[in-house]
Design a protein around this ligand. Structure first.
Ligand code: COI
Length: 355
């Protein structure tokens, strides 16, 4: 509920729903959107009234700053429906906080909590039929903000639009994931925007990822820009390495996204007695670990993909196939996390919030 009694969202509902035409069993990730969207405009130094209206294309001035300077940020979140038809958000406070950190880094205005959180709640409630029950089903929520101000001067816009769109989701990566360890390209640099969920952090990955795809790898594991010796992120995810029975992952920094899935997995692993080390992990450790058998698993972790096990990696033109595990920690952690998210296991951490 909103803490501000004068806070309102203007709602205009769609006359008909598209839901009947959607094949929920065959959903490519992020391609189908629900009946409604939310937007809220910022101008003259203040946020206006949020509006929920039918999902539709929108008109924009071609000189809008977002088109020229990429002033754009986003979040990825999910809503889950339990067996009683209640709908739950997973740690929405974390996404809200990170969104506003990204906003500050991109010189954009912070979004009020009620616009973000109450906006999500009301939008999800209106499209609640789109949230399907059962493990593996969720509604992917995409809050984002773009610079809508007129003019191609290379300076922050004076106008912005905050929006939320929603897409029913199953899994993100299908099938095997083989990765290429970056030896030249970088995702982020010290002093840059790597820790922000900025659109540019993703578009800058497309070209190196395309080159990796051409070589038969689905994703790139990013290394530090200065030395390319430390492992940082995997594609659109944080990345974990299981060395013997220790789970290692790079510490968050101004180059690395403070992932909500990443921190939740660390908490679950620690609760269940798994040793977790947040420390720089070296490429050399992986090569050594392949030679002496200590490297057991690598997996990516993020909201969209949840956990994506990696089959093998290539470095300096040598392909290393990871050993098959009987009881992979990746799957154990995925099961525990998704059970909390889908309300199939007790949420002892207090992470889930009913809408
Ligand atoms: C997410 O996991 O929500 C992400 O941000 C990945 C996205 C690029 C699909």
């Amino acid at each position: 509920m909103s803490g501000n009694p004068t806070f309102t969202i203007k709602v205009q509902k769609a006359e008909t729903s598209k839901i009947g035409s959607v094949d929920f069993e065959n959903l490519p990730f992020g391609n189908v959107f629900t009946d409604h969207m939310l937007y809220c405009d910022y101008k003259n130094g203040e946020w206006g009234t949020p509006v929920i209206e039918p999902y539709a294309p929108m008109l924009m001035d071609p000189s809008s700053r977002v088109f020229h300077y990429g002033q754009a940020i986003f979040e990825g979140m999910k809503a889950y429906k339990d067996e009683k038809d209640d709908i739950w958000l997973f740690r929405p406070d974390q996404n809200f906080e990170r969104f506003n950190k990204s906003a500050v880094r991109l010189a954009m205005p912070e979004v009020p909590e009620e616009v973000f959180i109450e906006g999500l709640r009301q939008l999800i409630n209106i499209d609640r039929e789109w949230v399907k029950k059962g493990k593996g089903n969720s509604l992917y929520l995409r809050p984002f903000m773009i610079a809508t101000g007129h003019g191609v001067i290379a300076s922050p816009s004076a106008q912005y639009r905050f929006m939320i769109i929603m897409s029913p989701a199953k899994s993100y990566y299908q099938g095997e994931v083989k990765v290429l360890i970056a030896e030249h390209f970088s995702r982020a640099a010290n002093g840059g925007i790597g820790a922000a969920k900025a659109a540019g952090n993703y578009s800058s990955q497309f070209y190196p990822t395309k080159l990796a795809n051409e070589q038969g790898y689905q994703q790139v594991i990013w290394t530090d820009d200065a030395t390319h010796t430390k492992l940082e992120e995997a594609g659109t995810m944080n990345v974990f390495f299981r060395i013997n029975d220790t789970l290692c992952t790079a510490p968050t920094s101004e180059r690395i996204l403070d992932g909500v899935t990443r921190k939740s997995l660390i908490d679950i692993a620690k609760r269940d007695g798994i040793t977790v080390e947040e420390r720089p992990v070296l490429v050399a450790e992986l090569i050594e670990g392949m030679k002496n058998g200590s490297l057991k698993e690598i997996f990516g972790a993020g909201t969209a993909a949840v956990i994506s096990p990696i089959e093998g990696f290539s470095y300096q033109d040598v392909y290393y196939e990871l050993p098959k595990q009987e009881n992979p920690v990746a799957l154990e952690l995925k099961e525990k996390l998704t059970s909390i998210q889908n309300k199939l296991a007790e949420d002892t951490f207090g992470w889930t919030e009913k809408i």
